[in-house]
Design a protein around this ligand. Structure first.
Ligand SMILES: Cc1cc2nc3c(=O)[nH]c(=O)nc-3n(C[C@H](O)[C@H](O)[C@H](O)COP(=O)(O)O)c2cc1C
Length: 592
């Protein structure tokens, strides 16, 4: 009944606490619901000098703890206990534990993050006038609901804590949750029973400011996830690749980078695409002085079942023979890499050949001896695709660990233009005819045959929407590994050099999985292979060069690399109007 509830609210001088036993049928109106939303959105974790020293009255502390008592708990077990700590000496002992644990924690991150970590203020144990230790007290008897998932008692305590956090916020009191503590040491300090488990150590106080975003977001430690990233309809899709999370690059530096580019001694925009690349790499690396470290081209090789259907001018053996050629240093990609100071890495993603042991420069990530022919069945299973994606990611992890921050992707696999054409046609919905070219050089008859085979396959497999399923059906081991490698490279903040038609098809799927990958991709060239131009257009990608090359292997990326280097060099080395004492256009205009 509304009236009973209203009366209670007035009596409590504006604070809204309802006790279920005094409620009959409480219905909330829209304004009240949006108030709760406000409280949820404006709750913040509070640390350090944001706390004021003002005492919190016992009455208010009780209100906050009352909110905890009304938290949901498994089997109504209410397995929580609280220790309210005001004594500074006790808090000093707790702070000692924090300091010790925090020092230990600071070295666990990579170097860059570690430095950032040490600058963070992660508690307010002494600054806040009051601390509350929250314990889980395990039940001695069987608890309804806790018979299968043993941890639900703990989860119940967390529910209670969240109630406290929200109630405190409604009372304009900030809470900071400190978990960088040795729980056993805290237990000893407050003389907690041995069976109790410390769940939270909370610092409470009135504050000088509630930030409008999490402090860790403001300090660019983490970003808030979008609802679409964490929500699935009905179930996780079979083929979901949950392991990749590519974040869009932070754009805050854009203005400073643009300013730096625009104030170089040149007319505005006169370095054309180089300026765009300079801006992009500055944003990827989040610096005004980007650096290209240990550039590397990885050539992923794999065989294709579809090659058996006569879609290539070359027999399947050419795949392994070319791998041997790469390892021997005699292929085009070797020559261009050598010329441009790029390392080269060859990966056996699934070549139909047993390479002898001891081949230097060959990474072995063989998923199988070639895929199945997609004319008859899906080229790969979902499990194989997932494995391939992980293998690609592993290759990139290793290169990153060796200090590389820019990777070009190349491929070798007889039959793989057919695979790429099918991926493009199915994913983009373009007619097969527009996606098929001559590949290694089949004649018109051969091209028609490729079109025909892909059309037959599409009819057989039907409409597929999920990008990973499309990849499994029509892709290849090397294409899937490139896809995983690109995703991991983007996830790790590296620059991705996209080569020709096949790597762009791999990229297409990678972008479908994680759209933010686009921020990290430099499209190196437009291949002579029919379909590539259309695919680049679909991706709204503007390649650096068009040399009518259609060799694959990563050659387009290797040849374009000096342009990427030029972009970074002018940004770092070119004089600005100021440094060179040259008048710029604006000044000239001002002087009249
Ligand atoms: C279980 C848990 C433990 C936490 N431990 C710490 C901690 O030790 N130090 C800290 O500064 N923040 C800690 N936090 C606070 C989070 O960093 C904070 O909630 C998060 O950054 C989101 O910010 P917001 O609470 O202001 O929305 C913890 C939060 C939770 C839920």
């Amino acid at each position: 009944m509304r009236y009973a509830a209203r009366a209670l609210r007035q009596k409590d001088s504006g604070f809204v606490i309802y006790y279920p036993d005094k409620m009959e049928q409480r219905l909330f109106n829209e304004a009240e619901a949006s108030l709760l939303e406000e409280i949820i959105l404006h709750r913040r974790d509070v640390r350090g000098n944001r706390f004021l020293q003002d005492e919190i009255s016992k009455e208010v502390v009780d209100k906050i703890l009352m909110a905890a008592l009304h938290g949901p708990s498994v089997g109504y077990s209410q397995p929580w206990e609280f220790v309210v700590i005001r004594d500074r000496k006790v808090r000093e002992q707790i702070k000692d534990s924090f300091d010790a644990e925090n020092t230990r924690a600071s070295v666990l991150f990579d170097q860059e993050k570690s430095e950032k970590y040490t600058r963070l203020k992660l508690e307010g144990i002494l600054e806040a006038p009051l601390n509350i230790a929250v314990f889980y007290k395990p039940a001695k008897a069987v608890v309804l609901g806790q018979t299968s998932m043993k941890e639900v008692g703990l989860y119940s305590v967390v529910c209670a804590i969240q109630n406290m956090w929200l109630m405190a916020r409604a009372l304009n009191i900030g809470i900071g949750w400190v978990s960088i503590l040795d729980p056993e040491r805290v237990k000893k300090i407050v003389q907690a029973p041995v069976e109790n488990q410390l769940v939270a150590y909370l610092c409470l106080g009135y504050v000088n400011e509630f930030l409008d975003k999490p402090e860790l977001e403001i300090l660019e430690w983490e970003k808030r996830k979008q609802l679409s990233q964490v929500m699935r309809e009905e179930r996780y899709p079979d083929a979901e690749v949950a392991d990749f999370c590519v974040r869009p690059v932070a754009k805050e530096l854009s203005a400073a980078l643009e300013h730096k580019i625009n104030f170089k001694t040149k007319p505005l925009g006169a370095l054309g695409k180089l300026e765009k690349i300079a801006l992009q790499i500055g944003l990827i690396q989040q610096t005004l002085e980007p650096e290209l470290k240990k550039p590397v081209i990885v050539v992923f090789a794999g065989d294709h079942g579809i090659a058996k259907e006569g879609v290539s001018a070359y027999p399947q053996e050419v795949t392994y023979q070319m791998v041997m050629n790469f390892l021997g240093g005699g292929a085009a990609i070797n020559v261009f890499c050598k010329q441009n100071g790029i390392d080269i890495n060859i990966v056996d993603a699934g070549v139909n050949y047993d390479f002898p042991n001891g081949l230097a420069g060959l990474s072995r990530f063989k998923i199988g001896y070639g895929t199945r022919s997609f004319l008859h069945e899906p080229a790969m299973t979902i499990a194989e695709v997932k494995q391939a994606l992980q293998c690609g990611a592993k290759v990139v992890n290793d290169l990153k660990a060796q200090g590389s921050n820019i990777i070009g992707f190349g491929e070798m696999g007889i039959g793989n233009t057919t695979s790429a054409s099918a991926l493009m046609s199915v994913y983009c919905g373009f007619p097969v005819e527009q996606c098929v070219g001559k590949g290694t050089g089949v004649d018109d008859e051969g091209r028609k045959r490729k079109v025909n085979i892909i059309e037959l396959a599409i009819r057989k497999h039907g409409a597929i929407k999920d990008p990973v399923e499309i990849l499994a059906t029509y892709g290849g081991f090397e294409i899937a590994q490139i896809c995983g490698a690109m995703l991991r490279a983007a996830e790790s903040g590296m620059v991705i050099l996209v080569d020709g038609f096949i790597t762009t098809a791999a990229y297409l799927i990678a972008q479908a999985i994680q759209p933010a990958i686009k921020d990290y991709a430099v499209f190196c060239h437009q291949s002579g292979e029919q379909g590539h131009g259309r695919l680049l257009e679909y991706l709204d990608a503007s390649p650096l060069i068009n040399m009518e090359m259609r060799l694959g292997e990563g050659t387009g990326a290797a040849v374009s690399y000096p342009l990427v280097k030029a972009a970074v060099s002018f940004l770092n080395q070119m004089a600005s109007f100021d440094s060179a004492g040259v008048s710029n256009k604006e000044e000239a205009e001002k002087k009249g």
